[in-house]
Design a protein around this ligand. Structure first.
Ligand code: XMP
Length: 506
């Protein structure tokens, strides 16, 4: 185990994730973890995270200085290095200028952390204070123009510090530096796998749930599917998954979700509520109204089913770490009222929420899904909005339009996969516009819908670039759709980025 002591910095879980990437098990604990507990855990190394304060203030967060006498290697990052310096007799000062962002840095490659790495490079800095006097026994092993101690070490005591953030990708070779700490300083074996994660997650869910009843709202998206697979393994028949099929899923998707879970030893309830949703949506063409209607109807349907089960003890949510961060972001303007099928239902009577994926990043969730034996098509599913195809049909929704869009979208996805682009383009789908135009088929005039194709590349879905899909792929998609799907006689490709456009059209 590597122990991460959390001093409240913004990248704490990212450090954990990087350590897992190095195949090393780690746990994040608050900085207040008592020395006795630390001894009990007996970690091979301890990492101090960043934090928001100046170390020399009375109220700033501190750990027990006896921690440095345990003989356990310690790596202090950002606030962590300053805390280490401060507690061991060095001096930390606040200069007039702060260092922020990509910073040119020079390294002493004799330091184990920088072994076999270039002697200079870019690091990601985010600090106001700096170490002005090193504590006894330490030497500075990196510097920048503004910061004489961008890194320090006392190899005899196995104490190391980095002023910059090795866990952030902007730091060149940062992950290698963490790797060096884990392997060269702590002697990590690197035998931790996602399989181990699954095992310990299953064990702790079992312990928590006991013989309680568990309820999960399954959307068919990656997160809720992986959460369901994990819970199924952990508590099997005590788990009920309610899958509300609103009839606005992509082609075959409802059946795929059912196939994945119906025989997994859990209580799987698929509610085919397409008619209910369509009835509510009849005649509605305003995007926000559609979203609201679907969100509300979803709650009603779920509620009706949940009532049949009665009281449950635990409600599972597929929250993942990026959701945790994003939900902290205050009161931004409402661009679209997002509806997440996993949203917190206050209408179900339960004791506690379980969020088994809360600390994982998306790619880790996928790896866990594969580990649990979930089908590839579920694990690699692209994001799909809660309101489904309702917001990809511009204007009023009819059964006929849903079916046209499902067929066209299916062809698009199939051709993208055939071209081997399905992992490079992060989200791609078809949109049925409400516009009709004149065309010619055979010898006859047509007056049919225009279909738009959308494909984007993005890292976080907050901004996105339109995907440069090769012309020949677009050509195949276009030919197939107009030939195989009735009701469409014109195809356009969306070449706007986000911003100014959004990814979805409504
Ligand atoms: P926009 O269209 O806002 O979409 O650029 C950003 C990402 O969010 C997805 N999206 C949703 N996801 N419920 C969801 O769970 C929703 O209501 C919703 N609306 C949009 C969208 O597909 C894209 O990935």
């Amino acid at each position: 185990t590597v122990l991460i002591l959390d001093f409240g910095g913004q990248y704490n879980q990212l450090i954990a994730r990087r350590i897992r990437e190095c195949s090393v098990y780690c746990e994040v604990h608050p900085y207040t973890l008592p020395l006795e507990k630390i001894k009990e855990i007996n970690p091979i190394g301890i990492v101090f995270t960043g934090g928001p304060n100046s170390v020399y203030l009375d109220e700033s967060l501190k750990c027990d200085p006896k921690l440095f006498e345990l003989g356990i290697p310690v790596l202090g990052i950002c606030y962590g290095i300053q805390l280490m310096a401060h507690l061991l007799g060095g001096q930390v000062k606040t200069p007039n200028t702060r260092e922020y962002g990509k910073t040119h840095t020079q390294f002493d490659t004799r330091c184990l952390l920088f072994r076999d790495l270039p002697s200079e490079g870019i690091t990601w800095m985010s600090h106001t204070d700096y170490i002005s006097t090193l504590p006894e026994g330490f030497t500075s092993t990196a510097h920048t123009a503004a910061c004489p101690t961008a890194a320090m070490e006392d190899p005899a005591r196995k104490l190391y510090g980095l002023q910059f953030h090795p866990e952030v990708l902007h730091t060149e070779n940062g992950i290698q530096m963490l790797h060096n700490f884990l392997y060269l300083v702590c002697g990590a074996k690197g035998d931790w796998t996602m399989g181990d994660y699954a095992k310990s997650a299953i064990a702790s869910i079992r312990e928590k749930v006991g013989d309680g009843k568990v309820l999960l709202a399954l959307s068919g998206g990656v997160d809720s599917s992986v959460a369901a697979a994990l819970l199924a393994k952990a508590v099997g028949s005590q788990l009920t998954c309610i899958f509300v099929d609103h009839g606005l899923m992509r082609k075959n998707e409802g059946d795929e979700v059912e196939a994945a879970f119906a025989n997994s030893g859990i209580n799987f309830v698929r509610v085919n509520a397409g008619d209910r949703f369509l009835a509510k949506l009849a005649g509605v063409s305003d995007p926000e109204s559609k979203r609201k209607i679907i969100g509300e109807e979803f709650i009603r349907v779920f509620e009706d089913e949940a009532k049949k089960i009665g009281r449950v003890d635990y409600l599972v949510q597929g929250t993942i770490y990026p959701d945790v961060i994003e939900s902290g972001v205050g009161d931004a303007a409402v661009i679209k009222s997002h509806h997440n099928v996993g949203g917190l239902p206050d209408y179900v009577d339960f004791k506690e929420i379980i969020e088994p994926l809360r600390l994982l990043f998306k790619d880790e969730v996928r790896a866990l899904g594969l580990e649990l034996g979930l089908a590839d098509y579920l694990v690699w599913r692209q994001p799909f909005p809660g309101p489904g195809l309702a917001i990809r049909i511009i204007g009023e929704i009819t059964r006929e339009k849903i079916s046209i869009l499902q067929d066209a979208d299916f062809i698009f996805r199939e051709e993208i996969a055939k071209a081997g682009l399905d992992r490079d383009i992060h989200q791609y789908f078809a949109v049925l516009t409400s516009m009709r135009s004149v065309g010619v088929m055979g010898d006859g005039r047509t007056y049919d819908y225009t279909l738009a194709l959308r494909g984007v590349t993005t890292t976080d879905f907050m901004t996105a670039d339109w995907a440069r899909i090769p012309y020949d792929v677009l050509e195949r998609v276009s030919n197939r759709i107009v030939n195989e799907v009735g009701g469409i006689n014109r195809i356009v490709y969306d070449v706007t980025s986000k911003p100014p456009a959004t990814i979805e059209w409504e």
